[in-house]
Design a protein around this ligand. Sequence first.
Ligand code: G3P
Ligand code: MG
Length: 346
Amino acid sequence: PQIATPLTPPMVTSADFAFVFDIDGVLLRGGKPIPEAVQAMKYINGENPWGVTVPYVFLTNGGGKTEAERCLDLSRQLELDVHPGQFICGHTPMREMAERYNTVLVVGGEGEKCRIVAEEYGFKNVITPGDIIKTKQDTTPFRKLTEEEYKNSRFVDLENTQIEAVFVFADSRDWAGDQQIIMDTLMTVEGKLNKRSEVYNEGPPCFFSHNDLIWSTSHDYSRIGMGALKTSLEAVYKAVTGKDLNTFAFGKPQMGTFQFATRLLQEWRQKSHDIADPPSTVYFIGDTPESDIRGTNEFNKQSDIDWYSILVKTGVWQEGTIPRYPPRKICDNVYDAIKFAVEREQ
Ligand code: G3P
Ligand code: MG
């Protein structure tokens, strides 16, 4: 019998390797795709000389929206379907903290979006800085709520509320007001809002969804980010109380975040590509040496999979400087990076 020859090579999914993408400075800047990003995604979805598709997930330190909402944005921006099963943002691993803490102060992001995220994660009683200001307006002398913020905020029982932990989910839109309210909470006895400490080291823990000092936006130069707020808060706390403040950061370069990404990638490969075994190599493409490259290189030392760091020139890191954490490969942009990796695998 005659066997028909296909005109285009059949689509093959590679089980040997996978990609993990950073987002800001690699695929997007200021919410718009980097010119090579759309082409790059087409390439790993089969538009390459070998007709090979490669599984991938996204690992960003950004946040401020539910994973589902963020995936819809990303699908539009990159002209492809992005599923929440292939997406991790800075606050995704905070989901697991909902088992430990009930009443929490959630800071950052647009309007009520981070409260919605926290409630979706299972935190039972989510208080925002807006709630505190609505209840006691002189908390922030120079920050008044807009009509809409007032309407959406909830009154808090300041006499009987105990905040068990503070979570900075996304970038603060009002550093002064938010820092005041975080300080007030951390200076309490065990988060009891009506009980100020005399020793200033018995407040609740304070978690940030990442520690990026700077990040890449549409501006020519990198902008200060959540890591800058964390640094500022620690310095102000020390200056005001004389005590050191120990805060905690999730996100890259934390090893826990890379472990989380390994699990997600494994599940995604199984669910969407029916691949049971782990890949031999994971190519991580990032733009920030301090979070992306540092985390990938450190995690590679403890992983059975070869985590291969690629630094691109389209974001935080600038050509002409030596990256503080050296990558295994530097590429001009994300398209060159994936072409390099796919060719290396042939
Ligand atoms: O606020 C987000 C930013 O710090 C970094 O995002 O995608 O580069 O990890 P990303
Ligand atoms: Mg980045």
